[in-house]
Design a protein around this ligand. Structure first.
Ligand code: SF4
Ligand code: SF3
Length: 550
C-alpha cells in the first residue's frame, strides 16, 4: 500500500485509493495531505486552549481554513506547496504553544505527537505521514466518524474561505473547526459523542453557508433569473472555473476594455446570475460542462484558464493546454502557473494572465443556445405566489432536490435518465455541478416556471433549504418533511459532505444519495444514518421513480 485515501466518491474499488489516487493524486502528495491534517489537530489543541483564555489567533484560523481547503479532492496537487504549508504550520503551532505558556495556560497532554513532532525535511514528512493517516485509527467505526467530521470540516473551510475573501468571518465557526479537529485525537470519545459531533458539524455547515450567502449577495446582489449563452464570441477568452466570486470580480474589473472576453466553466456558471457581474459586456457566458469535461473543453477553448478552487483534473500527456492554465487561492497543480494571494488589501494581479490571453485565438464553438438559472431564495420568493398557486392547483405535484456534484463515472447517467423520466408536473431544484447532467435538456416549464430551477453553486444548496423552510411556513407545516419535496442528491467531494450533514442537522429525512454511498461510512455508521435519517442509496431509475412518487 502506497497511500490510503477514501474521502471522495471515486475511491478505488469503492473502498479507498491505495496505490495512486483515481483523481490523479500521487502517494507523495497524499502523504503530505495526511500530515497536514495531522498537524492541524495539534495546532487546534493549542488554539482551543488559547480561546478559553480569550486569545484568538487570526493567523491560525486562516491557516486551518486554507489547509483544510487545500486537501479537498482535486483542489491541489502541488507537492512543494504542501511542504511549505507544513513548515509554516510547525512555526504557527510552536508560536501558539509559547503564547499559551506565556499566558499561564496549561499545555495539553496527549498521546498525539502532533503537539511536538516537527521537521523541515520533505522525505521525513512523507515517512511520518505513513504512521498518522486515516488508517492510524484502528476501530473502523471511530475512524468512520472521525473522518466524517474531518470531511465536513473541509467543506466548511471551503465556504469559510470564500466568505473570508469578502470580509466575512465567524469566529464561532473557526472555534468549532478547531475544537472538532482536536476532538478527533481524543481516544476517550465514544461513538455516540462522535455522532453528536457529526451533527454539530452539519449545524456549522448551515451557519457557514448562510454567512457565504450573505457575503455573496451583499457584495454582488441577489441572483436573478438569467439566460446564459453557451456559444462563443470572436475575441480571445479567459475561462474561469471554481467557486470564488471575489476572484471573479477582480478578473472582470481587470479584463474590462482589454479585448479579452470572460467565460465561466463548471461551478462558476452561477456567477452569470449576479447583477454586479451581469453589467460587464465582456462577460459573455458559459463554456463547456462540469469539471471533468475540462480535458476536452480546455483544448477547444484555445485561451487561458483560471482555477479559483477545485476541481482540477491532471492533464493527459497529450494535453495542449497545460501552459495556458493558471491557479489561484487554495488550488494548485505543479505544471500550472500560480497567481499569488492578495496582500495589504490590494487585489490579485491578473495582468500577466490577461496579456497571455491576448495572444490566443477566440474559443472554438462546441455548442450553441442558452440555459436559464438564477433561482436562489430571493428570486424564488419573488415568484412565491406563482409557485404556491401551482402547488395548490396540482400543476406542480412534487419538487426534487437534485443538488450536489457531478463526476466522471458512467453510472451518473442515472441522473440524466431520472430527470428525463420525471413526470412533467414535477420541478427539479438544483445547486452545484450535479446540474450538468440535465440542465441542457429540453424539460420545459410549468406555467412559466422552468422545470429545472438552478439556485447556483453547491454552497447555494443553502438557498434550497431556505426555500423549503419558507414553503413549510406558507403551507403551515410543522415538519419540513411533510412538504412535497424529495431529495435525490449526487455527491463527489467533501463540499457535498457538508451539504449532506447540513440537511441532516435541519431534520431533513429520507435523502437518497448516489451514485454510491461513501466508502468512509463503516457498516455501523451507515446503519445509524439509515435508522435515524432514512438515508438510502439510489436504486434503478424506474424503482426510485416509483418510490419517490408514491
Ligand atoms: Fe482516491 Fe478520491 Fe482520495 Fe483521490 S480524493 S485519492 S480519488 S479517494
Ligand atoms: Fe463540483 Fe468539484 Fe462538487 Fe461545488 S466542482 S460541486 S464536484
Amino acid at each position: 500500500m502506497n497511500m490510503f485515501c477514501y474521502q471522495c466518491q471515486e475511491a478505488s474499488k469503492g473502498t479507498g485509493c491505495t496505490l495512486v489516487g483515481v483523481c490523479g493524486k500521487t502517494p507523495e502528495v497524499s502523504s503530505l495531505q495526511d500530515l497536514l491534517i495531522y498537524q492541524l489537530k495539534g495546532i487546534s489543541q493549542f488554539s482551543t486552549r488559547l480561546r478559553a483564555l480569550n486569545i484568538e489567533m487570526p493567523e491560525v484560523n486562516k491557516f486551518v481554513t486554507d489547509s483544510l481547503f487545500m486537501t479537498i479532492t482535486n483542489a491541489n496537487f502541488d507537492y512543494d506547496r504542501f511542504v511549505n504549508k507544513i513548515i509554516e504550520g510547525f512555526e504557527l503551532r510552536d508560536k501558539a504553544k509559547s503564547l499559551l505558556i506565556e499566558n499561564g495556560g496549561e499545555v495539553p497532554v496527549s498521546a498525539c505527537d502532533c503537539l511536538t513532532w516537527k521537521t523541515t525535511d520533505a522525505k521525513e514528512m512523507e515517512a511520518k505521514a505513513a504512521t498518522v493517516g486515516v488508517l492510524s485509527t484502528e476501530n473502523e467505526d471511530i475512524r468512520s466518524l472521525r473522518e466524517l467530521v474531518i470531511y465536513g470540516l473541509k467543506g466548511i473551510a471551503a465556504y469559510g474561505e470564500h466568505s473570508f475573501n469578502l470580509g466575512y468571518i465567524d469566529n464561532e465557526v473557526d472555534a468549532f473547526m478547531q475544537r472538532a479537529l482536536a476532538a478527533t485525537t481524543d481516544d476517550s470519545l465514544t461513538g455516540d459523542e462522535l455522532t453528536a459531533l457529526v451533527l454539530e458539524t452539519g449545524k456549522m455547515g448551515v451557519q457557514v453557508m448562510a454567512m457565504l450567502d450573505k457575503a455573496n449577495t451583499t457584495a454582488y446582489g441577489n441572483p436573478e433569473i438569467t439566460t446564459v449563452s453557451l456559444g462563443v464570441k470572436n475575441n480571445p477568452g479567459i475561462l474561469i472555473s471554481g467557486h470564488d466570486l471575489k476572484d471573479m470580480e477582480e478578473l472582470l474589473k481587470q479584463t474590462e476594455g482589454t479585448g479579452v472576453d470572460v467565460y465561466t466553466h463548471s461551478e462558476m456558471l452561477p456567477a452569470n446570475y449576479y447583477p454586479a457581474f451581469k453589467k460587464y459586456k465582456h462577460f459573455v457566458g458559459n463554456y463547456g460542462g462540469a469539471w471533468w469535461s475540462q480535458v476536452t473543453d480546455f483544448e477547444t477553448f484555445n485561451g487561458v484558464v483560471l482555477f479559483t478552487t477545485n476541481c482540477i483534473v491532471p492533464p493527459r500527456k497529450s494535453a495542449t493546454y497545460v501552459d495556458r492554465v493558471y491557479t489561484t487561492g487554495a488550488s494548485g497543480y505543479p505544471a500550472f502557473k500560480h497567481i499569488d494571494d492578495r496582500e495589504g488589501g490590494n487585489p490579485k494581479d491578473f495582468s500577466a494572465m490577461i496579456a497571455h490571453a491576448k495572444t490566443f485565438a477566440a474559443p472554438t464553438e462546441i455548442e450553441t443556445g442558452e440555459i436559464v438559472g438564477g433561482f436562489a431564495h430571493a428570486q424564488v420568493f419573488a415568484l412565491a405566489d406563482k409557485v404556491v398557486d401551482a402547488v395548490k392547483s396540482g400543476a406542480i405535484r412534487k419538487f426534487f432536490v437534485m443538488a450536489g456534484c457531478d463526476g466522471r463515472m458512467k453510472d451518473r447517467s442515472y441522473y440524466t435518465e431520472f430527470a428525463e423520466k420525471l413526470p412533467t408536473d414535477t420541478v427539479i431544484l438544483t445547486a452545484g455541478c450535479a446540474k450538468y447532467r440535465y440542465n441542457k435538456l429540453p424539460l420545459g416549464d410549468i406555467g412559466g416556471i422552468p422545470r429545472v430551477l438552478d439556485a447556483g453553486q453547491c454552497n447555494d444548496s443553502y438557498s434550497l433549504v431556505v426555500i423549503a423552510l419558507k414553503l413549510a411556513e406558507i403551507f403551515k407545516l410543522n415538519d419540513v418533511n411533510e412538504l412535497p419535496i424529495a431529495y435525490n442528491i449526487a455527491w463527489y467531494e467533501q463540499k457535498a459532505v457538508i451539504v449532506l450533514l447540513a440537511l441532516l442537522s435541519l431534520g431533513v429525512k429520507n435523502i437518497h444519495l448516489g451514485p454510491t454511498l461513501p466508502a468512509f461510512l463503516s457498516p455501523n455508521v451507515a446503519k445509524v444514518l439509515v435508522d435515524n435519517f432514512g438515508i438510502a442509496p439510489i436504486g434503478s431509475v424506474d424503482e426510485d421513480m416509483k418510490l419517490f412518487l408514491n
